[in-house]
Design a protein around this ligand. Structure first.
Ligand code: SIN
Length: 490
């Protein structure tokens, strides 16, 4: 099956600034490749400070009028954007699969996931309600209004190139903010296509601007936005070290920040779990996008009494997964995003095996398929000394660790600086509420492996960041509260 698009003009090779498709610096081009083959799809600008500044000037100029557009009208534009995204599901799904590598069913699934955020925030635009506060003294009226924070800089990741843009940009537009965006170097094409559709939906010139850049040039773009006081908010999904840098650098102008950073999710199977349901939930949570999600279970703790049953069933399911390119409809796991990703997986597995882990499934590169394929892997006998327990593998690797009691496993699960997601399986209602309260994460899956939804607040605690995406909280992150106090009314 071919991944060609019916609407080929969705593949853009330029920045979008002030309502115009604009080239980047002369001669500075960034190749976008298909991770399944290494073939170049097209080139986009390798932008620098000048393009970042032009985008910011445009967003700043557009803010006063966009914030005044009535919420109902902003909502209508965002809903039209949603309709266009849904109408282009096939093409956008192909584009995601082409540049990111996920199987086409997942690529199209991501379009639906992205659209769900756009639709949600289109609806939320009309619900930016304020408050009337009972005054503590006579003759006064007190109000709290919600206002857009201003220009937002969105720096987005490669693992969900449509969904992560959608859940940052749709709430920003809904709130009345204008946006400058820098998509990930590996997957700029989906973002450019979404911006094209937003423009076609009626988002006015200057309201949404996007510049592409390589990993090397990204700091130059980001520094312009970080240092300029006209940017009032940074929203970022990516690594914790980069998130910390953004927080430090934006401190000089005290920007609002939403940081959705690294995870190290525990997945706990208690002795009273339904083991088959736990295996199903684990497969859904772990192997979505080949394990390249920040909420992917990274450490699997299984009670001694169900360990053998869980490990045997899981190894059988994982061995049966079909790995292959997005263009093969049978593929369930695609290539990893690039060679650095495969090298990290390999390093984690070699380290675990050297420290005593046993490979129950997978455990090798699949070079016969292409440059970036790795077999989905189950490791038995993992422990806290292994790199795979301390660092996010971001690949299809399941390291299993045996445990004996609840307090021990909670301590182990929380023994990480990260706190994005956690999962556990148990059928004991007392334990469910106890454990859910004790896990130090922003998200907990209880007898459930698929957690994300547009109506849910997504985000972490500890070094996994702060701020929430999705839900009513996801709009609030783009607003500030203005207090009005009117006197002399008696
Ligand atoms: C992420 O990996 O950053 C997001 C995953 C999700 O939306 O479930």
């Amino acid at each position: 099956m071919s991944l060609t698009l019916t609407r080929t003009d969705l593949i853009r090779s330029a920045n979008f600034i002030a309502g115009q498709w604009q080239p980047g610096p002369a001669g500075a081009l960034l190749p976008v490749t298909n991770p399944a083959t290494g073939a170049v799809i097209t080139h986009v600008p390798d932008s620098g400070a000048a393009e970042a500044r032009a985008a910011l000037d445009a967003a700043h100029a557009a803010f006063p009028s966009w914030r005044q557009v009535p919420a109902k009208q902003r909502a209508a534009i965002i809903k039209r954007w949603n309709d266009l995204v849904v109408a282009h599901t096939e093409d956008l799904g192909r584009l995601i699969s082409m540049e990111q590598g996920k199987p086409l069913a997942e690529g199209k699934g991501e379009v639906a996931y992205a659209a769900s955020y756009i639709e949600w925030f289109g609806e939320e635009a009309t619900r930016m309600n304020g408050e009337i506060i009972p005054a503590p003294v006579p003759g006064r009226r007190m109000f709290a209004l919600k206002e857009p924070v201003g220009v937002v800089a969105a720096i987005t990741p490669w693992n969900f190139p449509a969904a992560m843009i959608a859940r940052k940009i749709a709430p920003a537009l809904a709130a009345g903010c204008t946006v400058v965006c820098k998509p990930a170097e590996d997957t700029p094409l989906t973002s450019l296509a979404l911006v094209l559709l937003a423009h076609e939906a009626g988002v006015p010139a200057g309201v949404l601007n996007i510049v592409t850049a390589s990993r090397q040039k990204t700091p130059e773009v980001a520094d312009v936005w970080l240092d300029d006081g006209r940017v009032r908010k940074i929203t970022f999904t990516g690594s914790t070290p980069v998130g910390k840098h953004l927080a430090q650098r934006s401190a000089a102008t005290l920007k609002k920040l939403s940081l959705e950073l690294g995870g190290n999710a525990p997945f706990i199977v208690f002795d009273d779990a339904d083991v088959d349901a736990a295996v199903d939930g684990f497969m859904a949570a772990k192997f979505r996008n080949g394990g390249q999600t920040c909420v992917s279970p990274n450490r699997v703790f299984v009670h001694a009494s169900v360990y053998d049953a869980f490990a045997t069933k899981l190894a059988a399911r994982v061995s049966a997964l079909k790995v292959g390119p997005a263009s093969d409809p049978a593929s369930q796991i695609g290539p990893m995003i690039n060679d650095r990703a495969v090298e990290k997986i390999e390093r984690h597995i070699n380290d675990a095996v050297a420290k005593g882990a046993k490979v129950l499934a997978g455990g090798k590169r699949l070079t016969e398929l292409g440059p970036n394929y790795y077999a989905p892997t189950v490791l038995a006998g993992a422990n806290a000394e292994m790199a795979c327990a301390c660092e996010e593998t971001f690949g299809p690797v399941a390291p299993l660790t045996v445990f004996n009691d609840e307090a021990e496993v909670i301590a182990a699960a929380n023994d990480t600086p990260f706190g994005l997601a956690a999962y556990f399986y148990s059928q004991n209602v007392r334990r469910i509420w106890r454990v859910a309260g004790l896990l130090e994460t922003g998200i907990v899956g209880i007898n459930e492996g698929a957690l994300a939804a547009e109506a849910a607040p997504f985000g972490g605690v500890k070094e996994s960041g702060y701020g929430r995406e999705g839900s009513t909280h996801g709009l609030d992150d783009y607003l500030h509260t203005k207090y009005l106090c009117q006197g002399q009314l008696d």
